[in-house]
Design a protein around this ligand. Structure first.
Ligand code: FES
Ligand SMILES: [Fe+2]
Length: 434
């Protein structure tokens, strides 16, 4: 984590006093330079103090997925994950509840746990052996304070959305209820909560997380960057993505009529990030048809795993669910993929993909079957890493200037306007200081 520099301290106080202006200036100026319909000024992608401000304004309020709950089926099962340089312990406690704990001892701050996953009865700090329960409560501290209850490990809010563990890294999270119920109505037909993890892969990206997100939110690059993805999705999708073009809209409307007839979920529900309703997490849930003749998003369009949930047949659809800036799910008749977009440092990020299949799918250990299951999103994500790394190299150049978004990048205009407005409000409101 980046230390609170004099500059970021000044920024968080929102002061405009003479003498502070030169310190507070760069972030304020970069935000003021943002033009709607253009990519962001370089400073917003590159500056460590912007990254720190994002922690306080975005990560301290928005929800972020950490993984699927089937990773920790039993009491004491845990895994570690890192968000913006912060190590988190995700553990199932003695009552069966999922807890998210800071991997920081409440004595003098030692890292509590090193092993990336495992089963624990309690967490014993390797420094002076303070012992914490699975819910973060301090149980024992030799010669330590008598008020054990006053020294728990820091605990974060937890919500399960169709089996996806979500947390927020601040004390005042946005209201997740509308997003969670919308997401459930699209993910429950796939029985997302009852699926198990078939594969999990991490893709490090040498780019600021916003470049990864921007790439994720548009398909303007799909015809040049993703030949495999373009095979599985109708041509109209690539050219009209984000513009709701007539050709694709007609295909979607026709497919939605079919879905209505067979009783499958269809339609779009969303809470746009630019919607002025305060205090709500934003989300998008939608279903669209794959290429005609494709039953699932696989190499040959044939399913590679058993039909999920309450779906009555392979319907040739793609379910998309996005909650807040960092968490996305794609779903098909036979599998789901959880996408976690994880900010790491100002100049690096991680995409973590988790493939989920029916619990009775015996794909584990079958390398050939796993390769088919992961084929589309593995190859597509590897391509996106190259594209985004290259984007980052250019944005880091002295010669970079924000460029115009095209119609197919309309989602980026909405998102970047929301981002700039949200950070501006965070600056003037003093953010949510830690
Ligand atoms: S720092 Fe953990 S017990 Fe001392
Ligand atoms: Fe892409």
């Amino acid at each position: 984590m980046f230390p609170a520099t004099a500059e970021s301290a000044t920024i968080s106080s929102g002061t405009n006093e003479p003498g502070a202006v030169s310190q507070a200036g760069p972030v304020t100026r970069a935000l003021a330079q943002h033009r709607s319909g253009y990519s962001l000024p370089a400073d917003l992608y590159l500056r460590p103090d912007v990254f720190e401000l994002e922690f306080r304004v975005l990560l301290a309020r928005h929800w972020i997925a950490l993984g699927h709950h089937s990773l920790i089926p039993g009491s004491g099962d845990y895994f570690l994950t890192e968000v913006a340089g912060e190590s988190l312990i995700v553990v199932r406690d003695a009552r069966g509840q999922v807890q998210v704990l800071a991997n920081v001892c409440s004595h003098r701050g030692s890292r509590l746990v090193d092993a990336p996953c495992g089963a624990a009865r309690a967490f014993v700090c390797p420094y002076h052996a303070w012992t914490f329960g699975l819910d973060g409560t301090l149980l024992q501290a030799s010669s330590g304070p008598s008020d054990l209850g006053a020294h728990p490990v820091q605990r974060f809010p937890v919500r399960l959305v169709s089996g996806i563990i979500m947390t927020c890294l601040g004390p005042d999270p946005l209201d997740l209820d509308p997003a969670a119920s919308a997401a459930a109505s699209f993910l429950d037909p796939h029985a997302c909560a009852e699926t198990v993890v078939a594969a999990r892969m991490s893709y490090p990206v040498a780019a600021n997380w916003k470049l990864v997100l921007e790439n994720f939110l548009e398909c303007y690059h799909c015809p040049t960057g993703h030949p495999e993805y373009c095979r599985t999705n109708p041509n109209a999708y690539h050219f009209e993505y984000g513009v709701r073009g007539q050709r694709f809209a007609a295909q979607v409307a026709q497919w939605w009529r079919e879905m209505r007839e067979i009783g499958h979920v269809f339609g779009t529900v969303d809470q746009d990030c630019l919607d002025p309703r305060e205090g709500l997490e934003y989300y998008t849930c939608t279903r669209t048809p794959l290429t005609a003749g494709y039953e699932s998003a696989t190499r040959d369009g044939k399913p590679v795993a058993p039909l999920l949930g309450t779906l009555t047949r392979f319907d040739g659809g793609e379910t998309f669910v996005g909650i807040g800036p960092y968490s996305y799910v794609f779903g098909y008749g036979d599998y789901l993929v959880l996408f976690r977009l994880i900010p790491a440092t100002p100049a690096s990020s991680e995409m973590e993909l988790t493939w989920l299949v029916a619990a009775d799918c015996d794909i584990a250990g079958d390398e050939a079957a796993l390769a088919e299951l992961t084929w589309l999103w593995h190859v597509t994500t590897e391509q996106d890493v190259v594209l985004t790394d290259r984007n980052s190299q250019g944005v880091s150049s002295r010669f970079y200037r924000p460029g115009p978004y095209v119609d197919g990048e309309a989602a980026l205009t909405r998102w970047s306007d929301w981002y700039a407005a949200t950070l501006r409000a965070g600056l003037s409101g003093g953010g949510e200081g830690r």
